[in-house]
Ligand binder design. Structure first.
Ligand SMILES: Cc1cc2nc3c(=O)[nH]c(=O)nc-3n(C[C@H](O)[C@H](O)[C@H](O)COP(=O)(O)OP(=O)(O)OC[C@H]3O[C@@H](n4cnc5c(N)ncnc54)[C@H](O)[C@@H]3O)c2cc1C
Length: 417
């Protein structure tokens, strides 16, 4: 309790690893926390990773602890499929409008899948970057939290007689759900809106969307995941062939004034991790990493050395000039300049992985009422604190620490009253 007797109230925008950390840490000191998440599930991008370093453990090992802390803490309210519509007021006293989209599935859902079995319509899986499809009514992913289906009405055919409603034994599907706007009062706000993968199709010479078997690093994360579109098999999308030779293109869109001007911090480490994924499935596979500078900051240097010890990992310093389809096969031809030897390389590989960077959500979509730098990262103000990748590209461990710091700043606003 504080001077005026009302509890300290904090809004957290974004329910990824950063938002969950900030929200839970604050709530465990007694603050009342509201988490607003635009996806139908919590966990953010980490939920899409196969494994994450430094421990190379599955994302659920970190997320599940947080889900459990949320379940047992009455101070936390969260809204999925929700976004902030407006923010007014001043530090210590904000009024926030939150818009909640209809999920069409209520809390009676037991995730039994009977609805999806009879659903006649399909949609591209956004969780799997379009590598496969889901039914129009679907579970975002196997272990999603909340464990509840969601209906994408835009994928429903007009003449559908809604067999899903009939198939649901629990009365969980409600086609009359409407968009809702709720208003909350909070003392402070933590902004943890994170990042999205840079759109690889914007990089003309790298062939994405034009040349077969050119994928992005996040697509590879989904492929390597046992709950992913290929059930964990790293294969070519064109013909299902297990990969033997793979090229990684670093800084695909990062450190480039025409795309993302900053270093995304994670992509060198991600490609090294992906090398481990590939080597695990095929120890004889050969990997070629085209880089400008290999960045494995601080203690991550050890990770670089661990990966290089596996053998068959070729680091080539040079910019990739072109990526083209082989004339006689589904192979991909990479043309690059090897800066260290001064030679031009033309190399045939099974698959190319573009190490696309982390674009802050704020570059294309700005939460009304917040301030942003030109590169899309959030600018803090008194009572408004960014956390994790909304502030700067960082790894999950960094997000944990940064978000704990943001939680403390947010708590202080309520205590100050
Ligand atoms: C290929 C790749 C591999 C990686 N591998 C690793 C790894 O092995 N180890 C590691 O430590 N890190 C890894 N990372 C980095 C890791 O993904 C990030 O550190 C982490 O996702 C950051 O968490 P976050 O909560 O800040 O952002 P996010 O995970 O992006 O979460 C942000 C959340 O906010 C929500 N949101 C966004 N905008 C709004 C809005 N306006 N309203 C409501 N909600 C909103 C989003 O839907 C999302 O749920 C990798 C990154 C890449 C690109």
């Amino acid at each position: 309790m504080h001077h005026n007797g009302s509890p300290n109230r904090i809004l957290v925008i974004g329910g990824g690893f950063s938002g969950l950390t900030a929200g839970i840490e604050a709530a465990e000191t007694g603050a009342e926390v509201i988490i607003v998440e635009k996806n139908p599930y919590l966990g953010g991008r980490v939920a899409q990773l196969n494994k994450y370093f430094p421990k190379i453990c599955p994302p659920l090992c970190g997320l599940e602890i947080n889900y459990r802390r949320i379940k047992v803490n009455p101070n936390i309210t969260f809204y999925t499929m929700a976004q902030v519509d407006s923010i007014s007021g001043v530090s210590g006293d904000y009024n926030v409008k939150i818009k909640i989209k209809p999920r069409y599935v209520n809390e009676n859902c037991t995730a039994c899948n009977a609805c999806a079995e009879v659903c006649p319509a399909e949609r591209d899986s956004d969780f799997n970057f379009g590598l496969n499809k889901t039914k129009a009514i679907y579970l975002p992913f196997e272990q999603s939290f909340p464990l509840r289906y969601v209906l994408d009405r835009t994928a429903c055919p007009k003449d559908c007689s809604a067999p899903c409603v009939a198939a649901c034994k629990y009365n969980a599907i409600d086609l009359n759900m409407q968009e809702q706007i709720i208003e909350v009062k909070v003392n402070s706000i933590v902004v943890a809106t994170g990042w999205k993968p840079y759109d690889a199709a914007k990089i003309d010479n790298l062939g994405f969307g034009k040349v077969k078997n050119v994928i992005t690093n996040m697509m590879l994360e989904r492929m390597a995941s046992t709950n992913g579109p290929t059930e964990g098999q790293i294969i070519r999308t064109s013909d299902g062939k297990p990969v033997e030779k793979v090229a990684f293109v670093q800084c695909a869109g990062s450190r480039d004034e025409n795309h993302l001007p900053f270093c995304s911090y994670i992509c060198c480490l991600a490609s090294l991790k992906h090398t481990l994924y590939i080597k695990e499935q095929n120890p004889d596979a050969e990997v070629f990493i085209y880089y400008i500078d290999i960045r494995t900051p601080g203690r991550y240097e050890k990770f670089l050395n661990q990966v290089l010890e596996k053998g068959g990992v070729n680091l080539i310093k040079g910019k990739v000039a072109a990526i083209e389809q082989d004339a006689d096969s589904d192979d991909v031809i990479v043309t690059a300049e090897d800066i260290l030897s001064g030679t031009k390389i033309k190399q045939k590989v099974d698959m190319v992985v573009l190490a696309t960077g982390m674009q802050p959500e704020g570059l294309e979509f700005k939460v009304p009422g917040l301030k942003y730098a030109v590169d899309g990262f959030v600018i803090d103000a008194d009572g408004i604190y960014s956390a994790g990748c909304a502030k700067n590209p960082m790894d999950v461990a960094g997000c944990g620490k940064d978000s704990t710091g943001a939680a403390l700043k947010a708590i202080q606003i309520g205590v100050r009253r």
